[in-house]
Write a protein that binds this ligand. Structure first.
Ligand SMILES: CC(C)(COP(=O)(O)OP(=O)(O)OC[C@H]1O[C@@H](n2cnc3c(N)ncnc32)[C@H](O)[C@@H]1OP(=O)(O)O)[C@@H](O)C(=O)NCCC(=O)NCCS
Length: 86
């Protein structure tokens, strides 16, 4: 998991996550990890916005992103784009 593209002037960053092992998926760890990362971005890094994107076909990732509070912004041929605001 990464918080990347951290911009302290705009107070924005981007979240990315990739759980490698299929055995660990679907047990709530991804949801929990995203919640912790968002809280860290807001509370510790002082961000106001966290961005995220998923490939169009990654329904599970989109579901988790929306579950933790991200709002859908737009989509193109490949990706869906989301953001969550403090
Ligand atoms: C996406 C990812 C971070 C999610 O983490 P996870 O620990 O597997 O997910 P969780 O167990 O926390 O939650 C999975 C949720 O998706 C739902 N889900 C699973 N498969 C689904 C599908 N095909 N369509 C819709 N929802 C689905 C589950 O029901 C669960 O939702 P619920 O809690 O409301 O019932 C993880 O699976 C992962 O890293 N996958 C591979 C890489 C990847 O896709 N990264 C994101 C790139 S944008």
């Amino acid at each position: 998991m990464q918080l990347k593209q951290i911009d302290y002037d705009k107070k924005e960053c981007a979240l990315s996550i990739h759980m490698q092992n299929d055995y660990a998926k679907g047990k709530g760890y991804g949801t929990k990890a995203e919640q912790i990362a968002i809280k860290y971005a807001f509370d510790e890094l002082g961000m106001n916005v966290v961005n995220a994107d998923t490939v169009e076909k990654n329904i599970r990732s989109q579901h988790v992103i929306e579950k933790v509070g991200f709002n859908f912004i737009k989509e193109d041929d490949c990706f869906k784009y989301y953001r969550i605001q403090r």
